[in-house]
Ligand binder design. Structure first.
Ligand code: 5GP
Ligand code: ZN
Length: 115
């Protein structure tokens, strides 16, 4: 069930444009509008799940699929030196769009700890 007030549901519905780098039955990937690294994609499930904190046992295959999609996209983007995968969750996690998504960041050396 998708949510008409949700930005990523609008992108999924084609109501807001996004340059789809990848799409399959379960997810799409498109560049972040405000990139934090030379390569910055969002991998977004077609099902509206508000956050990682709302993921339940039934979502386990989907969560695995999103990570596998991130790995495939990283290979396609030739991020051979490495990359970072991030799921911001809730207020303390810095989540701003309340539809679960995976960030794929690469093309520069990342720092640790994250901000
Ligand atoms: P969060 O902060 O929730 O982890 O990530 C949301 C991400 O969505 C942010 O990195 C932000 O730049 C990105 N974003 C917000 N609005 C849009 C949009 O309309 N199009 C695209 N491509 N990315 C967006
Ligand atoms: Zn949504």
């Amino acid at each position: 069930m998708n949510n008409s007030d949700c930005l990523f549901c609008k992108i999924l519905a084609g109501e807001i444009p996004a340059n789809r780098a990848f799409e399959d039955e379960f997810c799409i990937a498109f560049p972040d509008i405000n990139p934090q690294a030379p390569t910055h994609f969002l991998i977004v499930p077609k099902e509206h799940i508000a956050s990682q904190a709302k993921a339940m046992a039934e979502h386990e295959p989907l969560l695995g699929h999103l990570l596998a999609a991130a790995a495939n996209l990283a290979r396609a983007q030739k991020l051979d030196k490495g990359y970072r995968v991030v799921i911001n969750t809730g207020d303390d996690g810095g989540q701003t769009v309340h539809h679960l998504h995976v960030h794929l960041l690469g093309g520069r050396a990342m720092k640790w700890p994250p901000g």
